[in-house]
Design a protein around this ligand. Sequence first.
Ligand code: NDP
Ligand code: VSD
Length: 312
Amino acid sequence: MGRFALDNQVVLVAGGSQGLGKEFARKFHQEGSNTITIIVSRSRSKLEQATREISGEQLAQELTGGLELARGSNRILFSPCDVADYVQVERLREKLDSSSLKPTVVLLCAGGSHPELFKDLKPEELELGVKVNYLTCTNLAHVAVRHWQSAHLVFFSSATAFFPFIGYSQYAPLKQSIKALVAILRQECSQHRISCVYPGNFDSEGYALENETKPAITREIEGPSDALSCETCCNRIVKQLQMGYDDIVTDFIGWVLMSTDMGLNKQNNVSIGWPLQWILGIVANLIIVPVYMLICKFQIRKWHKSCEKKTS
Ligand SMILES: NC(=O)C1=CN([C@@H]2O[C@H](COP(=O)(O)OP(=O)(O)OC[C@H]3O[C@@H](n4cnc5c(N)ncnc54)[C@H](OP(=O)(O)O)[C@@H]3O)[C@@H](O)[C@H]2O)C=CC1
Ligand SMILES: CCCCCCCCCCCCCCCC(=O)[C@@H](N)CO
């Protein structure tokens, strides 16, 4: 299972065309050695652009079947693939196979939210929430555990998996599902290292987009999670992975939220200061959480009232 390293890896980044996924690709490509990075997402143009930006080369190299790659230096390749479609993931796996590439690290970073009240969401947006946030994970994880023995899987959930709240109905339930999937895979697939990141806000393309529809109350509740830069967020995650942690948060409020949700999740996985989290969690669940939830309820009630006033 070994230590997390940027060197001598074959890294597959789902959702690597922008935001945090792209930041990870950059990190592996620029700081690793003898590492091959493959970024994957739906949009060819975004992938080409990201590959050119990271490699500094004029031409972006696509992963094709039967590719011959000389090892020794770092390479970055792209491959368009809708990871929510199993057939496309299988095709990606075949291309990797026929180029003799077996991923050693798989970053399941595809995802995104469209915050809005449940009643205002369109049916397509509901469906996209499930596909982009959950199906991408099950599909890629399934192919990985079947074909890439001992690959390190890194899932990207969200702090909303510990505390789902108003505005995130299209998103938080799927991020909670990732957490459940991770717990089960840790029991079933013991030859794989399985990490799960629960980020707070960070400033990506996706974050800018979600802020366009985010209700004021959602913004208010998530206030304690100031948006980090992608770079800071990525560095914090890499550091924790290197220290051997497998349940990872990116800010203090994320750490507090995780503490309220330790229970049956703590088996062989570890997080920073987990004994302290455990004790804090007990105290918080007894005293702080009920008070906070009461405050939260009033906050939400006030917001509903102010909306009613606006429409009448
Ligand atoms: N930003 C934030 O504040 C937070 C984000 N997160 C999570 O962290 C992860 C990264 O977030 P962030 O960098 O903001 O995301 P972005 O929205 O900026 O980027 C998402 C990436 O996923 C790709 N993607 C989306 N759907 C698919 C698909 N079906 N198949 C393949 N690729 C896909 C996109 O590319 P393309 O469009 O080309 O497919 C893009 O590269 C996500 O899982 C997100 O939910 C968690 C907590 C906070
Ligand atoms: C003990 C009780 C304390 C309670 C404090 C509550 C504070 C809540 C902060 C929640 C932060 C959630 C960030 C979500 C980011 C995300 O996933 C989106 N940006 C989607 O991309």
